[in-house]
Design a protein. Structure first.
Lengths: 261, 188
C-alpha cells in the first residue's frame, strides 16, 4: 500500500490503485471563492467557509449501483415512479439487473432522486455544489490550481473529446485531497443542482424577468474564464431532478458531524 | 334519536369509509408529486402528509417569511388567481405554500405570515427539514439557494396540482392572473 502524508496532519492520502470503490476521503475545510457569487450582490465575489467533509474518492460504479438496485428493488429500471426517474433511467443497461458497460465504469443515466437514494443507503448524501467545486479546484499538488492556464487546458481537452466513446473505469490520478476522477470521466450530480440558476447579462436589473427570481435576482458568474466550471454549472442548472443522461453520474459525501444537509 | 337513525348514520359512515378506502387504494400516478413522502408541519403545528390533499385541486408555491421582495407578490398573485375563479370552481381549491427556510420559519412564524397575508383555512403554510425541502423543490421544479447573508434566491413558480398531485400547469408570472393556471383549474 503506497501512502503519503500530505501537509495537513492526520490525513492519509493513498495512491489511486489502493482505494476500493466506496471509500471516502477526508477533505479539510477552508475558505473558497466560488465561480458562483455567494453574497447578496451578484457581481461581487464573497469567499465562503467550506466545512470539513468526506467525499467518495471515486464516482459510484455500475457494480455498486447494481448492488444498490438489488437490495432496493424500488429503484430498479421500470419500477421507479416517473416523478423520480425519467424514461432514460439506466437505459444503457442490458436488463434491470445487468449493467450495459463495465462493472468498474461509473454508473450514468441516473436521476438526481436515484443518486440521492443511493447515497442515503450508505448513510451519505450528495455533495453540495460548493463542496464539489472546492474539491475539484485541486490538482495533484495544489489545493487550488484554478489560476493555472495549463491546468485549465488539461480539463478543457477532456470536454473536447467525442462523447460516444465508452466510459473508462474509475480510478484516475488522485488530486491533492485524494479524490479521483473529478475531471475527465463523467459529469456529476450535486445535492443543490437546482440552486445554480444563472442568467446572461441581459437579465439584470430593470428587466421584467427579474420578478422570476426573488432576492438578488438573476445570478451572474464571477469567474468567466473558468469555462470548465461554467459548463458544469450550465449543465446542472438545465436539468430536472428526474432527468438521466448518458454522461452524468455521481459520488456521495458525508458531513463530518454526521448530519445530512 | 331512534335506533333507525343511528344505524342509518352508521351505515353512511361505513359507506364513506369504504369510499375513502377504495380511493386510497387506487394507485397514485407515477408522476404525482405525492410520490415523494416528506414530513410536513402546518402553520398550526400539525404534522400532515401532503398526499392527504389528493382529490382536491391545489395551487402550490414555495416562499420564505423574511422575504420582503417577491414573496409577498406570490401571496398576492395567488389571492388574485382565487378571486378570478367562479365561486363553484374556487370552493374546492387548496393553497399549499412550502418554506425554503425551515430554520427561521418556525410554526409561530408561519402562523404570523399566514395572518399577514390574509390566509384563511384554504391555505396551508408548511415547513419540513432541509433535505426534504430540497426534494420538494426538485419535485416541483423550483430553484433556490441560500445566500451567505441568510437570504434566499429562488425562482417564483406557481403550480397547479391536479386531483392526483400531477403538475397540471405552472407559471412564473407575478402580479397578474396567469391564464394557464386558470385554464388548468377550469379543467379539473
Amino acid at each position: 500500500m503506497r501512502c503519503s502524508i500530505p501537509p495537513w496532519p492526520a490525513l492519509l492520502v493513498c495512491s489511486a490503485s489502493v482505494w476500493a470503490a466506496g471509500d471516502y476521503v477526508a477533505v479539510p475545510g477552508g475558505r473558497f471563492e466560488s465561480a458562483l457569487p455567494q453574497g447578496p450582490v451578484s457581481s461581487i465575489s464573497t469567499p465562503v467557509a467550506i466545512a470539513p467533509f468526506q467525499l467518495r474518492a471515486e464516482p459510484v460504479t455500475n457494480a455498486e449501483f447494481l448492488a444498490f438496485v438489488r437490495s432496493h428493488s424500488d429503484w430498479q429500471r421500470g419500477r421507479t415512479p416517473a416523478l423520480f426517474a425519467d424514461a432514460r433511467y439506466l437505459l444503457d443497461w442490458k436488463a434491470p439487473l445487468q449493467p450495459g458497460a463495465a462493472d468498474a465504469a461509473p454508473v450514468v443515466n441516473v436521476s438526481w432522486f436515484a443518486a440521492r437514494a443511493f447515497c442515503e443507503s450508505e448513510g451519505a448524501r450528495l455533495p453540495t455544489w460548493l463542496e464539489w467545486e472546492y474539491a475539484a479546484a485541486a490538482d495533484e499538488t495544489r489545493q487550488d490550481a484554478r489560476r493555472d492556464p495549463r491546468w485549465r487546458q488539461r480539463i478543457l481537452s477532456w470536454y473536447a473529446r467525442p462523447g460516444n466513446t465508452p466510459l473508462a473505469a474509475v480510478g484516475g490520478a488522485a488530486n491533492r485531497f485524494g479524490v479521483q476522477d473529478l475531471h475527465g470521466l463523467v459529469w456529476e450530480w450535486v445535492d443543490d443542482f437546482n440552486a445554480l440558476f444563472i442568467a446572461g447579462d441581459s437579465r439584470t436589473q430593470g428587466d421584467p424577468d427579474l420578478l422570476k427570481f426573488c432576492g438578488a435576482g438573476a445570478i451572474s458568474v464571477i469567474d468567466r474564464d473558468s469555462y470548465a466550471v461554467l459548463m458544469r454549472i450550465a449543465l446542472l442548472s438545465s436539468l430536472a431532478a428526474a432527468d438521466s443522461t448518458g454522461n452524468l453520474g455521481f459520488r456521495c459525501a458525508r458531513s463530518v458531524d454526521g448530519d445530512l444537509p | 334519536m331512534s335506533r333507525f337513525q343511528m344505524s342509518r348514520r352508521q351505515s353512511l359512515q361505513w359507506l364513506g369509509l369504504a369510499f375513502a378506502t377504495s380511493a386510497m387504494a387506487t394507485e397514485l400516478p407515477g408522476d404525482s408529486v405525492y410520490q415523494l413522502r416528506v414530513p410536513l408541519t402546518d402553520q398550526h403545528g400539525r404534522p400532515f402528509d401532503w398526499a392527504s390533499l389528493r382529490g382536491q385541486p391545489v395551487l402550490a408555491s414555495m416562499f420564505y417569511s423574511s422575504c420582503d421582495k417577491v414573496c409577498p407578490m406570490i401571496f398576492e398573485t395567488l389571492h388574485l388567481t382565487l378571486k378570478a375563479l367562479p365561486a363553484r370552481e374556487r370552493a374546492p381549491v387548496k393553497v399549499l405554500m412550502i418554506s425554503f427556510d425551515p430554520t427561521r420559519d418556525t410554526v409561530p412564524v408561519l402562523q404570523r405570515t399566514a395572518q399577514a397575508h390574509a390566509c384563511d383555512e384554504r391555505w396551508t403554510l408548511a415547513r419540513t427539514d432541509e433535505a426534504s425541502t430540497r426534494k420538494i423543490a426538485a419535485a416541483l421544479g423550483v430553484q433556490y439557494r441560500r445566500l451567505s447573508n441568510g437570504e434566499f434566491n429562488h425562482s417564483s413558480t406557481l403550480l397547479m396540482l391536479d386531483l392526483q398531485g400531477r403538475i397540471a400547469a405552472h407559471s412564473g408570472s407575478l402580479g397578474s392572473v396567469d391564464a394557464a393556471l386558470l385554464k388548468a383549474l377550469h379543467h379539473v
